[in-house]
Structure formats: C-alpha cells, structure tokens
Write a protein that binds this ligand. Sequence first.
Ligand code: GLY
Length: 588
Amino acid sequence: MTCGTNVDIGILIYIDMKRFLFFVFLMTCIVHQATLLGQSAIYDAHVIHHPVVGQKGMVSSQHFLATQVGLEILKKGGNAVDAAVAVGFSLAVVLPRAGNLGGGGFMIIHDAEHHRTLTLNYRETAAKKSYRDMYLDSDNNVDRRRIVASHLGVGVPGSVAGMVEALKKYGTMSLKDVLAPAIRLAEEGFEVTYELSEMLKRYKSRLSVWTETAKIFYKADGSFYEHGDILIQKDLAWSLKQIANHGAQAFYSGAIARRLVADMEEHGGLITMEDLSHYVVEEGEPVWGEYRGYQIASMPPPSSGGVHIIQMLNILEGYPIGYLGHNAAETLHLMTETMKLAYADRSEHLGDPNFWDVPVDGLISKAYADELRREISRYTTRPSGEIKAGHPGDYESQQTTQFTVIDSAGNVVTNTYTLNFSFGTGIVAKGTGILLNNEMDDFSAKPGEPNAFGLLGGEANAVQPGKRPLSSMSPTIVFKDGHPYFATGSPGGSRIITTVLQIILNIIDHHMNVAEATHAPRIHHQWYPDILFIEKGIGYDTQSLLRSRGHKINLKSVMGSTQTIMLKNGMLFGASDPRRTDGATLGF
Ligand code: GLY
C-alpha cells in the first residue's frame, strides 16, 4: 500500500513533470514567437495598458519635471493655460532638444466657460532679408549646411510671444509666477536624465562646434554630463528673468533681442531688430472635421497637420476600419494608401495662407475624400510614382515636443512647439542660453527637392520674407457631443500627422483606452520616399501580407511621442508615450 502510494505519487510527479515541461516548452515557444514578431509582447495593443487617472486636473508632457511644474500650478488654482505656459517655459530648460524659447509652435485652447476653441499660431517667420533661392549654391544645389547648421537657417522665433500672449489673454496668473519654476530649474539646475545624457553624447559633434553651446552642455574639460549630474544654465536663467520682468518685449526689442541680433551680425545671420519687433502671434479658428460622429479640431495652415488628418479620416470613414481590425494587414494597407494621397496633396497645395491660397475647404470636403477613395485598390498598393513624381529623401529623428493640459473647469490646452531638429541649429546666441531653431528647413529651399524629413514641397512653400514655413505639427482636440473628449499631439516631423491620425483611429475605431492607443505600434507613409515605415510589433505575417500587396517595408525603432488626455464620465485619463523615457502624465 505504502509502496503503491509511493508509486502513484511517483507517477503523479512524473505526469506533473511532463505537464510542467510541456508548459515550459509552450511558454518558451510563445516568448520566442513574441520576440520574432518584433517584441509584440511589449507593444501589442492586446496587452492592457492603464492610463493615469485624475479628476481635477491633468498634465502630460515629455519631461516629468515640466509635468510636475504644470500640476503644481493647477493645484494652486491656475487654469489650463497658466499650467501650459509654465510647462512650455520649463521644457525650454529641462528638454533642450525640443523645449524652447528660440523656436515656435502652435497651441489650441478650448475655453470651457465660453465654449470656444481657438488656435494660436506662433510659428517662426522668415526674416525680411530672406529670399527664395537663398540656400542654393553656385551649382544651383541646396546647401544643406547653410539651412540646418548656420545662422541663415534660423527663423524669427515665436515661442516667447506665443506663451506670453496665451497667458495674457486666457490665463489667470502673472508671468512672474508661471516663469518662477523655469527660472529655478535653470538657475539651481536639475538632474540630467539618462535620455538627456545620451542625447548630448549623440549630438556632441553638432553642438560642440559652437563655443557658446559647448560651454553649456559639456563640462569645462569637454567631458559629458552623466545621468544624475546637475545641469545649471545661468544665461538661460538670465533670459527667463528678463522675460519675467519685462514681458515678451525683452525678447523682441529689449536686452535679449540685442544679444540675439549681435549674434546674428557676428555670424552672417539675417534676423534684425526690425524682424523681432514686427513678430506677431496669430489667433484664429481651428480647422474642423467630422469623423463617425466625433468633431475634430486641429491646426490649420501653416500647419499641414489639421487639414491632412481630416482628409485622411474622411477617406478612411468609407471603410469599416474597426471591423477590419487594429493593425490587420487590410487596415494598414488602406491607411497607407490614404496617407500617400494626403502627402501628395501636401506637397502641392500647402503653405502659409498669408502668402498662398490653400484650398482648405476642398481638401477637407467629404466629396473630395470620396473621389480619392475611388483611386484606392483594396488589394494592391499604388506606387508613389503613379500618384505624382518626386525623389526619395532622408529620414530624421524626433525633435519637436507636445504637452497637453486639462483643468477642473474643462479648459483644454494642446500645444506642439519645436526647434525643428533636435537642439535646432545647435547654436546658442551668445549670453542668452537660448538655442536657435533651424525652421527655415521646413520651407522648400528648392521646390521639388526633399527637406530633411524627405518631404517634398512646391512653390506654395517657397521662401519669402515674413512667411511661415509649412509645418506638420498637429495639436488636436476631439469632441464628442460638442464637449472635449480627448486632446493629443506629437513630435516626429513628417510623422506627426500620421501619429495623431492613429491615436484617433485607435480610440474611435478600435475602442482603446488612451494608454493602449498610445502604446500600440505605428506605421507611416508619406508618399515619398515610397516606403511603408513600421514600428516593432507589426507581426511578420502581417508584414508578409502587406508585401504581397506590393508594399516596401522599412522597420523604424519608434515614431512619435504623444501626450494624450481624455475626459470621460467626469474623470480624466491620460498617457505619456513610453517611446521617450522622460515623459510623464500626472493628475490629481
Ligand atoms: N519642424 C517640424 C514641423 O514643424 O513640422
């Protein structure tokens, strides 16, 4: 009996061991398969990702210190605009690659009390002395260095004017109060993160050619700031204090302006005191669209984002996207064909509306979308060459940044601003601590030739004095039954538009929460180059189905860095994109 029991137990152990080994084998296969599928275990949309939850207010930005600053402002009773402006100034200190005083951007504000949604366009302008062919060399070729890494590449910055104007018109706090945290971070310093340390290492050759820049971002002996080191920016603190004490005029006609112009004169730049003092922020209306019963408010030209997000949504509305399935081959095929049509139109029709007649109504009309949809085959891809001629281009990395704020009254701010490249030109104007943009590269330096993002442009976007270069920045608010439902936006150059599109599709068609919508793997096609860019997590089988339809696929590590907040059932749900390690969403 005892012996029998021992045998039974032995058999049971043997069976359990077999089961256990089979289980181990099965799990190994699953893990292996997940790895083969491009780490889908990390990014796959079916993994549940939880959003940050809040009730009274929420801030989402690409750096946790800036997010904390915004949250403190909300807790003190500031509104969404107060918090957003404080975040904007703080990012200029803690996220020098994209946060800025020396760049420009777009803000969309929803004023809950007056039920009004408006845009602030504080995009850079071309200096008065600029001209159409200023970047062509003697052989009529574009001189890339001149446009991206010299004082000639700098557009008249708009960020300071944009932040100050937003606060003055729609905020409740003083400029001194919202600037105080940024001044403290610049003056007392902050801990360098792993991400910042890595970025400064990667960009050393570009940044260290400028003595003034090297002095700030590298140690006196030329060594690197490592994770945990304290970075102090005394000159930037001086500039921020000038703005706190004298307002935007410090930057546009006062002490900062004088230093900026002196730097321009010393290095052959074009920006004058007159350019700075004439800089204006433009307030306007968003471009509006309707998608499956939701209202989309996004940025109109000189951003191409809003127009093309709505155009693409109009085309995709004709397909059962939710039914076809998230990131299924057919869904991705239809999205890709749609993207190509939108980016082809972008190259031809989009520019600064003060200088070019942009056919916005036609581009966002449902009828035009119906016509374009008829050009799409469900089974084969259409080579870009058949849509419109062009040339393949380079593909650049992230540089812009997004922040989003919602307060307890339901006011919403979504803001995207940029220096163009990471750290812009890499030039810091002497004595200001301010990195200068290279936004002039968003113009078509030579119509028909691609810029750094491989984007093609035409006469609509040629350089002209006072003109704003075409942008892809797409801060967006989606409304449900007339009330803000979620607000989002992203960096990523030409990929911004398709990144925001996918956040909208993920939430509306695929019923994802904000965190799932953010984590899900992304794709991008911009007509030229004729390549479908995909992130890890689009499975091999899906990729081969896409290849069988004729798509040329290229794997990118990551695309975009969204900051999204949703208002639902009286609660706030937010998510910072995990593709950038320093981002954070905080609510209370
Ligand atoms: N500089 C990138 C953009 O504005 O689209």
